[in-house]
Design a protein around this ligand. Sequence first.
Ligand code: K7E
Ligand code: CUA
Ligand code: CA
Length: 635
Amino acid sequence: MSDKDKAGEIIESKGLSRRGFLGASAMTGAAVFGAATLGSSVMSREAFAQAAKEGKGKSKIHVAPGELDSYYGFWSGGHQGEVRVMGVPSMRELMRIPVFNVDSATGWGLTNESRKILGDGAKFLNGDCHHPHLSMTDGKYDGKYLFINDKANSRVARIRLDIMKCDKITTIPNVQAIHGLRLQKVPYTKYVYANAEYFIPHPNDGSNFDMTGDDVYTMFNVIDAESMEVAFQVIVDGNLDNTDSDFTGKYAASTCYNSEKATDLGGMMRAERDWVVVFNIARIEAAVKKGDFITLGDSKVPVVNGRAGSELTRYIPVPKNPHGCNTSPDGKYFVAAGKLSPTVSMIAIDRLDDLFDDKFEDPREVIVAEVELGLGPLHTTFDGRGNAYTTLFIDSQVVKWNMADAIRAYNGEDVKYIKQKIDVHYQPGHNHASLTETSEADGQWMVVLSKFGKDRFLPTGPLHPENDQLFDISGDEMKLVHDGPAFAEPHDCVLARRDQIRTKKIWDRDDPFFAETVKRAEKDGISLTSDNKVIRDGNKVRVYMTSFAPAYGVTEFTVKQGDEVTVTITNIDQIEDVTHGFVMVNHGVSMEISPQQTSSITFTADKPGVYWYYCSWFCHALHMEMTGRMLVEPA
Ligand code: K7E
Ligand code: CUA
Ligand code: CA
């Protein structure tokens, strides 16, 4: 059968799902597997959904086979470096999005397209991501982007949600360890706010190892969400931990646990109070516009002074080594968790205008309550009904408390503001309720990301899994409904309604993700969707081929030992989910090519001989046969 005939057959079957496609091809082709294996034994989704409906005592979290979850969850992969996509409430893992790691299934970190996005950071094979957040318009998720920090190599990455791939990464200059990250909520996510945690000498060129003094500082970083360029940086006192922004677009607030600017543990705990620093974004923009900034080293990024006494910031003392900073979805409060104090501090956002206009003697006049909750408060989430839920790391609990009651109690009224405490397993860090950071917080589900799994799962040697727990918070009481082991180490997650995320089913041929590769092919006079050609350019060889289940357009090509080989593959399949792969055996080469995608990878043919290449994503009954050979002539 010629490729043309195959094309006809596939186009006729367009509209088939991959399952139907696999079944059909198994039955019409010289089936390697029985038809039953791939086709008729698969129960339809509708049938499953019906069966589930008929089931008795169905639990609220049980999402039957074939049913879809009602929320998308996006989990950070911690020092594993990726983002994980989960279905909630089933807690089924749907996808992994490699970002700061290298991934052999998709070729992230290996393909030319991904290495271009990684830029200078492509030399790093590691990352440490903590805080995934979704872009917003008018305080609601708009489904465009997810942003995430890399603490290990001081980067911020963006994921396009339509294709669920990382499309931009920026290394933040002149700082170390990007930790807290949040987005502007209103009127839309114009800016990404990112805290650099550690203070360093400026310049940090080896001329100064003294960690005291005015030229030792860290910065708050503001990144343009569209261009992903750093718009400006703000010098602060102390250090920076977590951050959040408000629902007016005017302010961002960050916690500082090392106001002491100590370099030792005891020193970092010396002061009874550290602070929350509030950034006045409009004033900072105006200062930059006026030219009131410096630049550092080779970087052209405007750097403004936001130290105590500056008009651009205000420092609000709070107890002790605060960690989480969370904005309540009613837009009223920044809630800073004390960590080494059993309290959280509620900062009234509607008092910040007056604070910046110097109407208060004491900046603590913006604090409307210091709420006593329990030991080791780390992060707070909200249900949109006036209740807050704070993780207590040391107590291994989540405490549910009412914000209005807490303020009344703080003012001396005899009201019980703590509604419930529930044990979690064990030592929780972040918690996150559905839609909690938007104005649409719906109080349905809360995920608690615990740092230890201990005895909750089958043992896995000295390295244990963490434990993500799901709570139903739709009623008066929090109810634990699911335990799930997780690999190192989801710090944080976000939940969006499933209708807020709209993804493409196959690639557009003009997608910017591989536009550079298309340009290069055009220079070589190649039409990617039809040409199968080998181009020699000195000791560089460019192999262009199509892939079409179950065959590559080029099944043999010859190069010379020492040639730099670039293989560019365009998957001309149009059927949803028929992804091909390309692996060159013994060359460290592996990548994904999804329908209508072009992917390319470059390697050196350093060994003479015959080398097989094969398709690594199961695409067809004849997937195993989807192969070819590279013939390397000795130098
Ligand atoms: Cu782990 Cu948000 Cu980095 Cu708290 S942070 S736990
Ligand atoms: Cu193509 Cu497997
Ligand atoms: Ca401290």
